[in-house]
Design a protein around this ligand. Sequence first.
Ligand SMILES: NC(=O)c1ccc[n+]([C@@H]2O[C@H](COP(=O)([O-])OP(=O)(O)OC[C@H]3O[C@@H](n4cnc5c(N)ncnc54)[C@H](O)[C@@H]3O)[C@@H](O)[C@H]2O)c1
Length: 254
Amino acid sequence: MFKLTGKIAVITGGGSGIGKAISLLFAQSGAEVHILELNQEAASAVVDEINVNNGKAYAHGVDVSKQEEMLHVINGIGKVDILVNNAGIAHVGNLENCKAEDFERVYNVNVKGAYNALYSVIPLMKKQGGGAILNMASIAAQVGITDRFAYSMSKGAIAAMTLSVARDYIADGIRCNSISPARVHTPFVDGFIAKNYPGKEEEMFAKLAASQPIGRMAKPDEIASLALYLCADEAGFVTGNDYPIDGGFIKLNN
Ligand SMILES: NC(=O)c1ccc[n+]([C@@H]2O[C@H](COP(=O)([O-])OP(=O)(O)OC[C@H]3O[C@@H](n4cnc5c(N)ncnc54)[C@H](O)[C@@H]3O)[C@@H](O)[C@H]2O)c1
């Protein structure tokens, strides 16, 4: 089940964390994987790992916030069956701690980056007669999280764009869904803990882990498994939805 044989998958931010786990699993499941990454070295390392294991993958240096770069690379690939909009950055702070440049930085990557990929891929998918799109949202799109003003804004936009694209292109055979993870142990989490809570890393990690009723953070592989299902033909009846994968964060935190 859940084979992606013959499919071409574009994964943004596939050089690290969740995107890396998705890239490895999709390649293992038969897809030709194209990683679009700011960190080209990281993307190349993932591509090497895939190729060594007899998969097929390519690394493309792309800043998702730049539409010209995105269009150039996507049109060069030419055919895209699966798009995973995964690249994202964090900002910790409430509204008063969020300067205009913080807001714009998060917006440019998390919102405009996803829009740029959708804008580039949709015409190709329409021409091909279909495709599967998966956007990486967050529990921050569903519930109020302390000190995540800009980040929550960006993930709310992802949830809304998912619905809009799913509705507009349903007749073209294009499915569009999103995943909302709670905390996943990736360099993203380690990075914002190190940056925002220096000297209190262990305490903060334990606090974030305990905030999932299940008592830990997710592993990137657990998110990749859900991504595989949602992008596979077996999920052909699934569109216009968000799938929390959150260790009980949204519904069991009482
Ligand atoms: N880790 C979590 O707890 C968590 C929870 C919910 C949602 N998410 C979301 O999942 C996604 C992946 O998160 P992760 O934890 O794997 O992060 P990560 O930092 O480990 O990986 C993100 C990757 O995106 C790349 N990237 C950043 N800016 C880019 C740009 N402008 N252009 C191209 N690539 C760029 C980075 O180089 C990096 O390799 C993000 O959208 C994040 O918001 C993460």
